[in-house]
Design a binder for this molecule. Sequence first.
Ligand SMILES: *Cc1c(COP(=O)(O)O)cnc(C)c1O
Length: 513
Amino acid sequence: MVSPSQVYRSTRSSDNEVKSFEAAVIQGLASDGGLFIPPTIPQVSEDELFNKWSKLSFQELAYEIMKLYISESEIPEKDLKDLINRSYSTFRSNDVTPLVKNTTGSSNNLHVLELFHGPTYAFKDVALQFVGNLFEYFLQRTNKDLPENERKQLTVVGATSGDTGSAAIYGLRGKKDVSVFILYPTGRISPIQEEQMTTVADENVQTLSVKGTFDNCQDIVKAIFADKEFNSKHNVGAVNSINWARILAQITYYFYSYFQATNGKKNKVKFVVPSGNFGDILAGYFAKKMGLPVEKLVIATNENDILDRFLKSGTYERSDEVAATLSPAMDILISSNFERLLWFLAREYLASNDDLKAGEIVNDWFNQLKTEGKFQVSSTAIEGALKDFDSERVSNEETIETIKNIYQISENPKHYILDPHTAVGVCATQRIMAKDNDASTHYISLSTAHPAKFADAVNQALSSFPEYSFEKDVLPEELKKLSTLPKKLRFVEKADIELVKVAIEEELAKMKL
Ligand SMILES: *Cc1c(COP(=O)(O)O)cnc(C)c1O
């Protein structure tokens, strides 16, 4: 039996076509340009939540959640449990995503949810460790009965300005029948990020250092996806943040941290999420809609504030240029996953719960975005969004001030050091706490990266403290060692699609997949 929350439709579709979980994950983007969503969100009762789920480990909870979205006929129980256990065995914490409680003192319910204990020290590992195993699982199953020369192999190609590339590489390293090529702009990512990517020795991994900008790299990747001949020859795949499996894997930590914050009891809880492409916080929206009693999900943005502006004005409008901020993983013009929320808003508030009508409305909005650079959503839908969301915009100065402030006032632990993305979230949290002035609410502020990954901003904030040392207080041993390892990378002399295609084909030929 497949339940309605285990099939997927496109956010832009106005027909009844639905896909399986496997098709939605492997295909990534729907053919009409929309994103896949489960139109029905499964419901969990309070009894189930507070008498059963609150007592589960991270992995057990992940299984309970995922099985609601994946039919047992697609992935049997034993296989799904095995996928989950393997995916989180690479994390350095038993809790997978530990909660640092009462960071600024026991009278303040400000808790920091550390999502960076995976292999690349950033939150994207929570999803990409699982997605890598999932790709391999589906490919192995397809290939099981095929002769050697007909095996399906996936060539994952992506561009990165830092975090996504290394998380994708660590998710896919050593996986059977998958190769991964990550393009990055030569000299324009941080040394640690470059070391993380280029020191992975697995044969199926190749980094391409491209002379150009991140936008050049991104354009080349887009052109490769659009290249039908290259695509059908190499079966090009993506692991970008619009993949539904990434959202699904992130739902777990909302439930898990809620129970940790409240000791398994129902209580007032707000989540604050440093947001860029809206993938992280969208998982929180699913948790809330499944029945987790969350008061608000707070979107924290840096100066690239399209989401904050939308919630305040109802107009979704791209700026002309990305601002380069101290939290580069959130430097975006358009927030790709936001389309999924727009679909649910359109259906509930503008389409009388009709899936097909919702698809039509979203399609119209995105056509307008393309032609006019913006669209306007009616106040009914915005008022609806404000029942679940709040938003705060945080400047570079405030980001630095927050790193400083928390270093000075933190009690658990003392001298707690935030990365700049996390600081955007914590700054927003402190603002909301001051506005609410309610000691009984729990605030869970999501920490999306280890401070060692963003040395410049952290040092800028803390170097004036005499006792502070980056080497001693921030940099983990494991990351120190990276600089001593051999690097594997291939330079591409010019940001040119033909040169990149040649590089991929030459390297593919050398890989024995
Ligand atoms: C990707 C990323 C974010 C933004 O997450 P979205 O899902 O794109 O909103 C925030 N912080 C860090 C460190 C990231 O790598």
